[in-house]
Design a protein around this ligand. Structure first.
Ligand SMILES: [Zn+2]
Length: 364
């Protein structure tokens, strides 16, 4: 196992992401994720496909990455792109919050759900109720009265004993301290009314959850871009999987399983987890994960919002060419499912080790 680019654990986690992306490809063969970091991209100048994949080495970070490959930029389907996008968004938001004198409330919104509820229906109800909550005169009055200068809304799906459970986390940013009970008292009736219009419902305790402690908010933001806990120990999944055989029978209390957990289960042989993930991927495709209210980024000192694709496609650190791999050689790497491993080895910055590894794979 390679030892560069952080701890052994970091390396395993990175390798796991490649394996999860392969699972996503298998489950969604017609989507962009199926080509992501596999197919050679097109040179924007010549409009021809790049002839080689370049393995780049970033000295400062002791990390390697590929250049000239197509990237999908899918925050919902692609474990590799999602890791990069969420991490960038996390760093940016943390900086924005740290450097501001504002106050915050984290409002988590969800709805009651039952086994057998279709995810698409639950998601539609959630989005309808969220839109309704933040529309009209009453919302404008609420914003004025509480000194709220903006909101950031995020969508998040989890899968639990009762099936899919979408929720929306909303960060309210204000000029004065926010009282959790008062925020809840305003939001809950409006939230419930929106859900009832879609024949859905929510209880006061679970439907709307408001946290105003700075530590809670910081904790939430810090989790962005971090994998779910079973990534810390991929083998743990296998044991649990053996015990229960299917995600539909699993319970993690209120926590539930994330889409990445489901890919992990699929890779461990759980076909049902794969079907559940397909349902999720088809339903969330094209949805915005994050929405910033107008003007808030400027208030937090952040620049223009970058698209998911821009973040996914960008090389963040300066890097040098370590090895050039022809299309035929790249096919051998793909055939051996060795994209992740090659990068781990390239993280040594030693071209000899890269060549040695390619030889082992059968590349002349
Ligand atoms: Zn991707």
């Amino acid at each position: 196992m390679p030892d560069q680019g952080g701890s052994l654990f970091d390396g395993m986690r990175r390798l796991n992401r490649w394996a999860l992306q392969s699972a996503a490809r298998e489950l969604m063969p017609d989507q962009r994720v199926a080509w992501c970091l596999r197919r050679l991209g097109f040179d924007p100048e010549t409009r021809r496909q790049f002839p080689e994949v370049w393995v780049m080495f970033a000295e400062q970070m002791k990390r390697a990455h590929y250049k000239h490959l197509f990237v999908c930029g899918s925050v919902w389907m692609c474990p590799l792109c999602a890791a990069k996008i969420s991490e960038r968004r996390r760093v940016e938001l943390s900086e924005g919050l740290e450097n501001s004198d504002f106050y915050f409330a984290l409002v988590s919104l969800t709805l009651q759900h039952w086994q057998g509820d279709k995810l698409a229906g639950s998601l539609d109800a959630l989005l309808h109720a969220r839109h309704r909550l933040k529309s009209g005169e009453a919302w404008q009055n609420f914003i004025r009265e509480f000194g709220i200068v903006g909101t950031i809304s995020a969508l998040e799906p989890t899968f639990g004993v009762n099936g899919w459970h979408p929720h929306s986390h909303n960060l309210l940013v204000s000029r004065s301290p926010l009282d959790a009970a008062a925020v809840h008292a305003f939001i809950f009736p409006r939230w419930l009314a929106g859900l009832l219009e879609c024949d859905r419902s929510a209880t006061s305790e679970r439907g709307v959850h408001v946290r105003t402690a700075r530590s809670d908010v910081a904790d939430y933001v810090a989790k962005w871009g971090h994998e779910p806990r079973n990534f810390k120990c991929p083998s743990k999944w296998t044991v649990e999987h053996e015990l229960t055989k299917s995600v539909s029978k699993m319970s993690r209390g209120d926590q539930g399983f994330t889409p990445l957990d489901l890919l992990q289960a699929f890779n461990a042989g759980d076909d049902h987890a794969g079907e559940v993930w397909q349902d999720y991927a088809g339903t969330f495709k094209g949805r915005h994960q994050l929405q910033w209210s107008r003007g808030l980024r400027e208030l937090l000192g952040l620049g223009r919002i970058e698209s998911d694709m821009e973040i996914a496609a960008r090389a963040d650190e300066p890097a040098v060419l370590l090895a050039a791999v022809t299309r035929a050689e790249w096919n051998v790497i793909l055939g051996n499912d060795a994209r992740g491993e090659l990068l781990e080895i390239a993280s040594s910055g030693d071209p000899e080790r890269v060549l040695e590894f390619l030889h082992e794979l059968g590349v002349e």
